[in-house]
Design a protein around this ligand. Structure first.
Ligand code: GAR
Length: 191
């Protein structure tokens, strides 16, 4: 079985899309752990409802957080770590030891970097009157949103779109894209 760990800081609708795909046999994988830096993240509730182990990482120090997570993760078989709306920087110990991918709600390199997450991205795209936005899935390295791009999906920004309507469109496209990418990883692992 292909072993996933998912990191999420907020609502966790992306996590839910992965859970649903697994339950509907559209993805041959299992989620062994959900990690969050936010004890109130709804993503944790979604994990609990689905009997998935959770871990809350609250250490504020970057190096200590990296070491603590490396220690926690060492107890699990892991083929891939997915950052699904996780807002903290990932440390070198994790980057060296695991393949890690991130979902980002824009067409990187546009609208990436520190502070550019969730609604902030969509607000910036609307303000700049972009005609297109979208979602990017990329490998994680030590800089925010700068790792090699795996895939991108374009979404049209219509004149009457708001940050909210754009967010809904991007998130819908992003989920389809993520499940496709995950299926590719699973397939590559078999070959
Ligand atoms: C997703 O759109 C994800 O791409 C974005 O946060 C949302 C999480 O939604 N991630 C970032 O902005 C990271 N820079 P969710 O909590 O409902 O899955």
């Amino acid at each position: 079985m292909y072993n996933l760990v998912i990191f999420a800081s907020g609502n966790g609708s992306t996590l839910q899309a992965v859970i649903d795909s697994i339950n509907e046999h559209k993805l041959e994988a299992q989620i062994n752990l959900v990690v969050s830096d936010n004890p109130n993240a709804y993503a944790l509730k979604r994990a609990e409802i689905n009997n998935i182990n959770t871990y809350i990482i609250q250490n504020k120090d970057f190096s200590q957080r990296d070491a603590e997570l490396a220690n926690v993760l060492s107890a699990y078989p892991i083929d891939l770590i997915v950052l699904a709306g996780y807002l903290k920087m990932i440390g070198p110990k994790l980057i060296e030891n695991y393949t890690i991918i991130n979902t980002h709600p824009s067409l990187l390199p546009k609208y990436g970097g520190k502070g550019m997450h969730g609604m902030h991205v969509h607000e910036a795209v609307i303000k700049a009157k972009e005609h297109y936005s979208g979602a990017t899935i990329h490998f994680v390295n030590q800089e925010y949103d700068k790792g090699t791009i795996i895939s991108q999906t374009k979404v049209e920004v219509l004149p009457d779109d708001t940050a909210e309507t754009l967010s809904a469109k991007v998130q819908a496209a992003e989920k389809i894209q993520l499940i496709k990418v995950l299926n590719q990883f699973v397939q590559n692992n078999k070959n």
